[in-house]
Ligand binder design. Structure first.
Ligand SMILES: [Zn+2]
Ligand SMILES: [Zn+2]
Length: 232
């Protein structure tokens, strides 16, 4: 799934909100009974998440980490950094949150040598932790397509300037360019273009290396700049 910067930011905002909600829900599971100890008497003793200091600390740190992702990433200007911050905080938070019930069940209960049953609070905390991890992975899988219009305009007048527009529907061909402006750059590979290996889009006038555009056209069938379809 390839999305534009605006779509990605909107998606990351939603992901951040979901993470904050899941982080808060995970911390609320600390109040639920996680384990019930059934001694010989009729009295049942519940162990809550907050009863065990280690799980309390792990869950709170994990929940907070996931929750602050949106806050921290709101200071980032680049969408790739937003993704990095949200993803790493969500995965770190989810992992810590998942450690919390795991620790209680695998380490604490055996050490206490008590018999009893797992209560639904432990499942709830595990579920919210795994959901945090899953949302973090979802954010990491969002591929970004950033605009690549870094054409150099040095020595280019308005009349010879290629039109930077993303219109589609037209058709075009690529022909060898007789002349290339000083400092012109191939927007596929970002290297300078000279007249001897340059081809020009008949529709928008953008120049590319012959090898670059051949490869591009075989994959996409259009001009990377104006999206005109290349006639075969
Ligand atoms: Zn090139
Ligand atoms: Zn074009």
């Amino acid at each position: 799934m390839m999305v534009t910067v605006e779509e990605a930011l909107a998606r990351f905002f939603k992901i951040g909100a979901v993470l904050a909600l899941l982080g808060a829900l995970h911390m609320l599971t600390l109040l639920l009974p996680w384990y019930v100890v059934s001694p010989d008497t009729l009295v049942q003793v519940y162990i809550n998440g907050y009863n065990v200091l280690e799980t309390l600390a792990l869950s709170v740190v994990g929940g907070v980490l996931a929750g602050v992702g949106l806050f921290v990433s709101s200071f980032m200007s680049r969408v790739s950094r937003v993704r990095l911050v949200l993803t790493s905080l969500a995965i770190a938070g989810g992992a810590l949150a998942a450690l919390s019930p795991t620790y209680l069940l695998m380490v604490k209960i055996p050490r206490l040598q008590v018999a009893g049953n797992i209560e639904w609070g432990l499942f709830a905390s595990l579920f919210t932790a795994l959901a945090l991890l899953a949302v973090g992975i979802l954010a990491a899988l969002t591929r970004l397509s950033e605009p690549r219009y870094t054409y150099s305009f040095t020595g280019t007048t308005a009349s010879t300037m290629p039109q930077l527009e993303e219109t589609s529907g037209g058709e075009t061909t690529f022909e060898p360019a007789e002349s290339v402006d000083e400092g012109a750059m191939c927007t596929i590979c970002y290297q300078d273009v000279s007249a001897d290996d340059a081809v020009k889009c008949a529709s928008c006038g953008m120049v590319y290396h012959r090898g670059c555009i051949d490869e591009w056209v075989s994959l996409n069938g259009n001009c990377p700049n104006c999206k005109s379809v290349v006639k075969s």
